[in-house]
Design a protein around this ligand. Structure first.
Ligand SMILES: Cc1ncc(COP(=O)(O)O)c(C=O)c1O
Length: 464
């Protein structure tokens, strides 16, 4: 009898091979758009084909154009890998195909998500009474948290945003760092607040919001206020001074939201937790499981201390979807209606690592980043712009024949390109103080000390 799920076997074999080969294969693959279009942009077929052939077709046409970002020598952006149990449970989540909208649509995954959320609160040592929602990423976690914030700061002024919208509403002011991530601006746009409501505050040499400027700006604003602080900015992992800034924000009745896309995971480590001192006094926190917890894309987490505001800003009822009396229906806490149970891989990652394993993963990445920078510092033409305090560093390469910053910008781009083209490692660029820099981000469970040595050798080959 024909196996109607033969496609799964092909996918399993191919997926395993891709993962097992990550270490040998070049990280940068061809990325040839023209060729990909030639292969894939064909007329939509009139007739179908067996599932296993579809999977083979996808593998054959995509495999030489995949970026090796799940591997241990990928240091661009902030992209974590996928822990084996997290990845396997992600496959299960797809196979079970439960609609994680209500307990009624999938009791088991509903409870798994509830436990995963509670474990996250414990791991990150955030107020245990907080509510949470598993979103697609930190972008939507910001949206979710800031929806709750918008609801609350307006409700405090007797304005019901759910009923009355924003026309004529008191103008909300959002106070935030000049180094905030663009996903904050986008969440603000989604919420109809407009980017003009962002009051950007200058930072010190360590990338932290200047307290005096913050106090002055927030004091001068009479409308409803939201403050967004960084728990590790995208370039240098700068943590704002929560214990100084949050009390000031609270004096002015502001809602405090934290962008902790990856930095919030420093709280899993006793050694690193101090960077986040005072952060538990905030009102909401957005983070990602697909970054430092190393679950596969996509999974962000929105955490809100004021459960009522969180629920009121998200919940919806429909006659055909009766709420459960005691269970935590996910639709009350997330912006989506139908959704995959993306909290299941979070449960699996936490079970696979345990609290000690998460702490070890986070500390290991920081140690690898420090070791990498220490080795790079010995190389010619290499200037360390930011020594890692956490897992992020910035490096610039100086053109030995150049004499201005333009030359060094070009040389930096050239070195990064050559190393990426070698297939031995992969880095991305950024700008710091107006100059091109290479950004280093270590967030993958697979990275080892010998990976770092191999990557340093790749730079030696280019910089001799
Ligand atoms: C500091 C920071 N905040 C927010 C985001 C957005 O996260 P996501 O891509 O999961 O939406 C990122 C992404 O890299 C980030 O680095």
């Amino acid at each position: 009898m024909k196996d109607k799920y033969a496609a799964l076997d092909v996918a399993f074999r191919e997926a395993k091979q891709w993962l097992e080969n990550l270490d040998q294969n070049p990280i940068l693959n061809k990325a040839d758009r023209e060729e990909l279009l030639n292969r894939l942009m064909v007329a939509m077929p009139e007739d179908g084909m067996p599932g296993e052939d579809v999977v083979r077709h996808l593998v054959d046409n995509c495999k030489d154009n995949l970026l090796g970002s799940p591997g241990g020598r990928f240091f661009a952006w902030v992209i974590g890998g996928g822990l084996p149990a997290a990845l396997a449970s992600d496959w299960l989540t797809s196979s079970w195909d439960q609609n994680a909208v209500l307990f009624a649509c999938g009791a088991a995954v509903n409870v798994v998500e509830e436990v995963a959320g509670k474990w996250i609160l414990e791991l990150l040592d955030l107020p245990r009474e907080s509510s949470f929602g598993f979103t697609t990423g930190c972008q939507l976690a910001h949206f979710t948290c800031l929806s709750a914030a918008r609801y609350k700061v307006l409700k405090d002024l007797d304005w019901d945003v759910n009923q009355d919208g924003l026309c004529g509403a008191p103008q909300i002011g959002i106070f935030t760092s000049e180094h905030r991530h663009g996903s904050v601006d986008r969440a603000v746009r989604y919420l109809g607040l407009g980017n003009k409501c962002l009051h950007k505050i200058a930072t010190d040499a360590k990338g932290r919001i200047l307290k005096e400027e913050f106090a002055k700006k927030i004091q001068a604003y009479s409308g409803p206020k939201i403050v967004v602080l960084d728990a590790a900015d995208l370039n240098i992992a700068a943590f704002d001074s929560f214990s100084e800034l949050i009390p000031i924000a609270k004096e002015h009745n502001a809602w405090v939201h934290i962008d902790g896309a990856f930095g919030l995971f420093a709280r899993a480590s006793l050694r690193l937790k101090n960077f986040t001192a005072g952060i538990q006094q905030a009102d909401s926190w957005a983070t990602d499981a697909h970054k430092w917890l190393n679950v596969p894309f996509d999974c962000g987490i929105a955490i809100v201390k004021d459960r009522e505001s969180h629920r009121n800003s998200m919940t919806i009822h429909a006659a055909y979807m009766p709420p459960h009396k005691t269970a935590r229906d996910q639709i009350d806490w997330t912006p989506e209606w139908s959704r995959r149970a993306r909290g299941v891989p979070v449960y699996a990652a936490l079970k696979e690592l345990g609290k000690k394993g998460v702490a070890d993963l986070v500390e290991r990445c920081c140690d690898h980043c420090a070791f990498f920078v220490a080795e790079m510092e010995k190389l010619p033409h290499t200037e360390i712009i930011w020594k890692p305090t956490l897992n992020q560093a910035l490096i610039r390469f100086c053109d030995p024949e150049g004499n201005n910053s333009n030359d060094h910008d070009k040389y930096t781009q050239q070195v990064v390109r050559k190393v990426n083209e070698s297939g031995e490692a992969f880095f991305s660029e950024s700008k710091w103080d107006g100059n091109v820099v290479m950004r280093v981000s270590v967030v993958n469970w697979q990275t080892t000390k010998s990976d770092i040595e191999r990557v340093v050798q790749a730079f030696k080959n280019v910089l001799h």
